[in-house]
Write a protein that binds this ligand. Structure first.
Ligand SMILES: NC(=O)c1ccc[n+]([C@@H]2O[C@H](COP(=O)([O-])OP(=O)(O)OC[C@H]3O[C@@H](n4cnc5c(N)ncnc54)[C@H](O)[C@@H]3O)[C@@H](O)[C@H]2O)c1
Length: 275
């Protein structure tokens, strides 16, 4: 191969990508990275108007086609409808970033101590983080198998799917005006994502569908200085991630640059999981 051919491995021209949770901190960057690499992008999130606005922006900024689709990924009928709309507007689907996750409208319930955690809140979070990932992967996988095109599915986990939380870093820590921690339901849902990835990677390799996990460490997004300092002290690289730093890994997994990579978990965590 010539060096020029290697660069082309990252080219996503002619590919269509679905990004769920596309309006979030990381989702917007993933959409931009995919669009800049030539992909058509289905911007999928809860609010249809905002998704359409962001899709128009992508089309304008990168000269690619994009569709904004409102969809609650925990709702099977909504997910099927979203797949239908994507195919209708953008054609065959080649890439899925299974990225949506629920924080909560009810922060008290979401951050409640484990000993008092309500089953309702547990199920609500699981319905998005895990059921949503299952439903979306199932619907996209079905579509890719029917197309016979293969594809790449990337599912977003978290370091807290692998590691227990160090409660000391949350002392005097605030985010969006509230005290924070990592709830067990978040860890359990993100650990399950890794299991789902490995299962699907093994099962769908014969269809040319690669399935990998992308595992971010903590991303800077308005946490107070105490949290940033406490967290950064635990990281070999000595700092939190910047949201843009997740995009390269997503593009690697989405593209032919990772054509022999499946069933893997790519940590983008500044080395946190290395010690
Ligand atoms: N930000 C971090 O520090 C961090 C660290 C590790 C892992 N992650 C993971 O990365 C992914 C993206 O994180 P983020 O920081 O961009 O989160 P975010 O909260 O900024 O964005 C999540 C998006 O998902 C959408 N969403 C929520 N419920 C939905 C539903 N039912 N259907 C469709 N969309 C829904 C929200 O509207 C939001 O736009 C998540 O899976 C998250 O768990 C983030």
């Amino acid at each position: 191969m010539s060096t020029q051919t290697y660069r082309a491995l990252f080219d996503l021209s002619g590919k269509t990508a679905i990004v769920t949770g596309a309006l979030g901190l990381l989702g917007r960057r993933f959409c931009r990275g995919l669009a800049e690499s030539g992909a058509q992008v289905a911007v999928v999130d809860l609010d249809a108007d905002k998704a359409q606005q962001f899709a128009s922006r992508l089309a304008q900024d990168y000269g690619t086609r994009a569709a904004g689709i409102g969809c609650d990924v925990s709702n099977p009928a909504a997910v099927d409808h979203m797949i239908g709309q994507t195919c209708e507007v953008l054609g065959d689907i080649h890439i899925l970033l299974n990225n949506a996750a629920s924080k909560s409208e009810h922060l008290d319930a979401f951050f409640a101590p484990f000993e008092e955690y309500s089953l309702d809140e547990w199920r609500r979070v699981m319905s998005v983080n895990l059921d949503g990932a299952f439903l979306t992967a199932q619907a996209v996988g079905r579509q890719m198998i029917a197309q016979g095109t293969g594809g790449s599915i990337i599912q977003t986990s978290s370091i807290y799917g692998l590691l227990g939380p160090d409660d000391r870093i949350y002392q005097d820590s605030h985010y969006l005006g509230t005290t924070i921690n990592t709830p067990a339901v978040y860890s359990a849902s993100k650990a399950a994502i890794v299991g789902l990835t490995n299962h699907l990677a093994a099962r769908w390799a014969k269809h040319g569908i690669r399935v990998n996990t992308l595992t971010p460490g903590g991303v800077e997004s308005g946490q107070n200085d105490t949290f940033v300092k406490n967290y950064s002290n635990r990281v070999p690289m000595g700092r939190m991630a910047k949201a843009d730093e997740l995009v390269g890994a997503a593009l690697f997994l989405a593209s032919d640059a990772s054509s022999y990579v499946t069933g893997q978990n790519l940590f983008v965590d500044g080395g946190l999981s290395a010690w």
